[in-house]
Design a protein around this ligand. Structure first.
Ligand code: 13P
Ligand code: SF4
Length: 406
C-alpha cells in the first residue's frame, strides 16, 4: 500500500507534454511548415539541433532531404505515422497506424536503420521488435505522447501491488496496455501475464484476456478502454477509473473486487477535444454526413458517431467510400487535411473547428529529418532509441502476444 508521503509527492503531475498540447492550435485552416526557428516560437520543448538547420526554408529542406535520403538507399527504412505533417510523411517508405507500423518494423529484413517519424513509444516498440543490428532513430527526442506520460511507471507498479493486495483470493486480473505507453509498462504487462493492444485490435486482446481472467486493468487510455469494454458487453457499472493520485485509485477494496474493468485515468488531449455538439452541428449542416471518429474519443462521442476505428480504419473507410459522400472526422488534423486533399471527390472535414495538431507528433519537423540523414551519411547515428535488455525481453512477450492474437 502507498504511504501518505508517497501520496503527497504524487500530487504534482500534469505531464509537460499535456501542458504543451495546444501550443500549435490556430484558427487559420492552413497548417504549413515554417523554418524550425519560426516554429520554436510556439514555446514547447524541442531538441537542440545545430544552428545550421534552424533557418532553412521548408522548400530547401525538402530538396536536401531527398538527396540525403537517396544516398542511403535500402540501408534505411523510413516509417511514418498518419499524424505526421505532409512535409515529413512524403518521405515515409511506409505509412500506417500504430499496429501496422510495428508489424513493418518486426517483419522488414536487411535494413540498417529505421527512422521512425512518429512518437517515442512507437520508436521504442520498433526497437524491441528488431534485432541489435538495426538502429531505430527518433528524429526529435522530445516527440513524446502526453497520454503515455500520464502513466508513470512507479504509479503503475504501485497500482499493481495494491490490486494484488486487494484482490488476493478473489481472483486474478490481466493487465493490458495500449501501445501508447512506455516500454517499461509493456514489460510489466509481459511479466504479469498481460498483453499490448492498439486501437485496431483492442477488442481481440480484451477477448483474449477475458478467457484468462474475469478482470482487466487497462492502461493508460480510459476512453479506448471504456469504448472497448462496452463493445464487449461489460457494463459501465462494472468499470472503475483508477486515479493514481488517490489511495486505492479512489475506491474501496470491495468496489475494486466487484469491478471487471479497471481503467487508468489517462486520455488523449487531441481526441478529447471532440464533443457531441460538434457532431450535431455537422449533422445539421450536412444531413447525409458520415461521422467517423477514433476510439480515443469519449464514449459519448463514439456513441454519437456512425463508426469508429484506428487511423488506418478511418483512412480506408473514406478512401473506399462512394464519390460525393460527406465525412466529418474526429481525429488528428494533419491526417484529416491530407484525407481531404487526397479525396477531392468527397467532402471531408474535421469535427473540431480549431486547427489543433498533436503537438508531440508535430515536433517531427523536416529539419530534424535532414539533420539525422546528414549524420547517417557521415557515419554518425544520432537519436538512437535503445531499450535495455530486461525491459526489452518482457515487453517483447507482451508485444508477441498481441501479434499472435490478431
Ligand atoms: P492508431 O494509429 O493506432 O489509430 O493510433 C493513434 C494514435 O493515437 C497514435 O498516437
Ligand atoms: Fe498521444 Fe494523442 Fe498525440 Fe496520439 S494523438 S501521440 S495519443 S497525444
Amino acid at each position: 500500500m502507498t504511504t501518505l508521503i508517497q501520496e503527497k509527492l504524487r500530487e504534482r503531475s500534469i505531464p509537460i507534454t499535456e501542458i504543451e498540447q495546444s501550443a500549435f492550435c490556430q484558427s487559420d485552416p492552413k497548417l504549413e511548415s515554417k523554418t524550425l526557428e519560426a516554429e520554436f516560437k510556439a514555446g514547447v520543448r524541442w531538441q537542440k539541433i545545430s544552428p545550421a538547420y534552424l533557418r532553412i526554408e521548408p522548400q530547401e529542406l525538402t530538396e536536401r532531404i531527398r538527396i540525403a535520403r537517396a544516398k542511403l538507399g535500402d540501408r534505411l527504412l523510413i516509417l511514418g505515422h498518419h499524424y505526421q505533417r505532409d512535409e515529413v510523411i512524403e518521405f515515409a517508405d511506409y505509412r500506417g497506424d500504430s499496429f501496422n507500423l510495428s508489424r513493418q518494423a518486426a517483419e522488414r529484413k536487411g535494413v540498417e536503420y529505421i527512422m521512425f517519424c512518429g512518437v517515442h513509444f512507437m520508436a521504442e516498440t520498433a526497437d524491441i521488435l528488431t534485432g541489435p543490428d538495426v538502429s531505430v532513430i527518433l528524429p526529435n527526442m522530445t516527440a513524446g505522447c502526453s497520454m503515455a506520460d500520464m502513466a508513470n511507471q512507479d504509479d503503475v507498479l504501485d497500482c499493481w501491488d495494491d490490486l494484488q493486495d486487494v484482490l488476493g483470493a478473489y481472483g486474478g486480473i490481466v493487465p493490458i496496455t495500449y501501445m501508447n505507453s512506455t516500454a517499461g509498462i509493456k514489460a510489466h504487462c509481459g511479466a504479469n501475464g498481460g498483453i499490448v493492444c492498439t486501437s485496431s485490435n483492442a477488442a481481440a486482446t480484451f477477448e483474449w484476456a477475458l478467457k484468462k481472467s474475469k478482470r482487466i486493468l487497462f492502461l493508460p487510455d480510459q476512453h479506448l478502454g471504456r469504448n472497448t469494454g462496452v463493445k464487449l458487453g461489460i457494463g459501465l457499472d462494472e468499470m472503475l477509473v483508477w486515479n493514481p493520485n488517490k489511495p486505492l485509485g479512489g475506491h474501496t477494496a470491495d468496489a475494486l473486487r466487484a469491478a471487471r474493468l479497471i481503467l487508468w485515468k489517462g486520455h488523449c488531449s487531441v481526441h478529447t477535444r471532440f464533443d457531441v455538439e460538434q457532431i450535431e452541428t455537422a449533422r445539421k449542416r450536412y444531413p447525409d454526413v458520415n461521422i467517423i471518429v477514433h476510439p480515443e474519443c469519449t464514449k459519448e462521442v463514439v456513441d454519437a458517431a456512425d463508426s469508429n476505428g484506428s487511423t488506418e480504419f478511418i483512412l480506408n473507410a473514406i478512401r473506399e467510400a462512394a464519390p460525393g459522400t460527406v465525412w466529418g472526422v474526429g481525429t488528428e488534423i494533419s491526417m484529416v487535411n491530407r484525407l481531404a486533399a487526397q479525396n477531392p471527390d468527397k467532402t471531408i472535414f474535421c469535427l473540431d473547428p480549431v486547427v489543433c495538431p498533436c503537438s508531440t507528433m508535430y515536433r517531427i519537423h523536416p529539419a530534424y529529418l535532414l539533420w539525422v540523414l546528414d549524420g547517417l551519411n557521415e557515419g554518425v547515428v544520432v537519436n538512437r532509441i535503445s531499450v535495455g535488455e530486461a525491459t526489452r525481453a518482457n515487453a517483447r512477450i507482451a508485444l508477441d502476444r498481441m501479434l499472435s492474437v490478431v
